[in-house]
Design a protein around this ligand. Structure first.
Ligand code: NAD
Length: 266
């Protein structure tokens, strides 16, 4: 199903790459006027040229940069009523807890949690003042279950909590705030990790109920739905997009899931 956003202004953070870029592409295809924000200016410019939208170089960990981006968009594009917070730093290393760098933890917190909060606070408050808007935050299944991602996981759990708080705070003013929690997504970075031998496609597939790996388009379609008026009665939820990873993970104690058939989809 495609949604029609009819020229509504949509801001997508992290739109230069991966999931954010795919969301920007989907929202533009569905009729939104998209603005891509990313700290990678060249990447944002390239993505925007491909999508046919506008872009701004913004580091979301800077409150001043977020505020000046909001003022610039308001002046030059219009009033945003849609926001997707996809900018984030992944945690590639899996050190034991005592060896986790507090500097890395802090950098991740500044972007994944505080930066996302800043974007919500600035853009969401303006939407609340105007009486309409919808926000989707990209969380993760690692915020819902234990993983060895000792910084990334707890920060995503906090993002889910933040989403619930903001949904309650702005519900009366017509602003909906939801989160999605993707499982492992087949982004260019994931493809490179598989190609380089750091991740294994069969292992990834074996951990999901459906044997499928989530695509960027799967995430974008769900985000578009949650932003649309079709989801008018949905706020404060955290929707997993995990091909059944969450439901499959507890089957290990019973010997695991039935084996994948060779003709099953990826
Ligand atoms: P990605 O690295 O491909 O894209 C992230 C984008 O965010 C990049 O363009 C990067 O430049 C931008 N960014 C990083 N820090 C920024 C900052 N301070 N200010 C502005 N932009 C910044 O990553 P992705 O895999 O597409 O991940 C996107 C989101 O989805 C992240 O929040 C990530 O945690 C989440 N997620 C990813 C997966 C996955 O499997 N890839 C799974 C679950 C959740």
């Amino acid at each position: 199903m495609t949604q029609s956003f009819n020229g509504r202004v949509a801001v997508v953070t992290g739109g230069a790459s991966g999931i954010g870029r795919s969301c920007a592409q989907r929202l533009a295809a569905d009729g939104a006027k998209v603005v891509v924000l990313d700290r990678n200016g060249a990447g944002a410019q390239h993505a925007a040229a491909e999508i046919g939208c506008t872009w701004l170089q913004v580091d979301i960990s800077s409150q001043a940069e977020c505020a000046s981006a909001a003022a610039h968009i308001e002046r030059t594009v219009g009033s945003p009523s849609l926001l997707v917070n996809a900018a984030g730093i992944l945690q590639p290393e899996l050190p034991p807890p005592q060896e986790l760098s507090m500097d890395d933890f802090g950098r991740m917190a500044d972007v994944n949690l505080k930066g996302t909060y800043t974007m919500c606070a600035i853009f969401g408050a303006a939407m609340a003042q105007r009486g309409a808007g919808a926000i989707v935050n990209i969380a993760s299944i690692s915020g819902m279950r234990s993983t060895p991602l000792h910084a990334y996981g707890p920060l995503k759990a906090a993002l889910i909590s933040m989403t619930e708080n903001l949904a309650a705070a702005w519900g009366r003013q017509g602003v909906r705030v939801n989160a999605v929690s993707p499982g492992a997504v087949m982004t260019p970075a994931m493809q490179a990790a598989i190609a380089g031998g750091q991740r294994n496609l069969d292992t990834l597939r074996a951990t999901t109920a459906t044997g499928r790996i989530v695509t960027m388009q799967d995430v974008a379609a769900t985000v578009a739905f949650l932003l649309s008026d079709e989801a008018i009665a949905i706020t404060g939820v955290n929707l997993p997009i995990d091909a059944g990873w969450l439901v499959a993970s507890s089957w290990a104690m019973f010997g695991g899931l039935p084996p994948l058939q060779s003709d099953q989809v990826t």
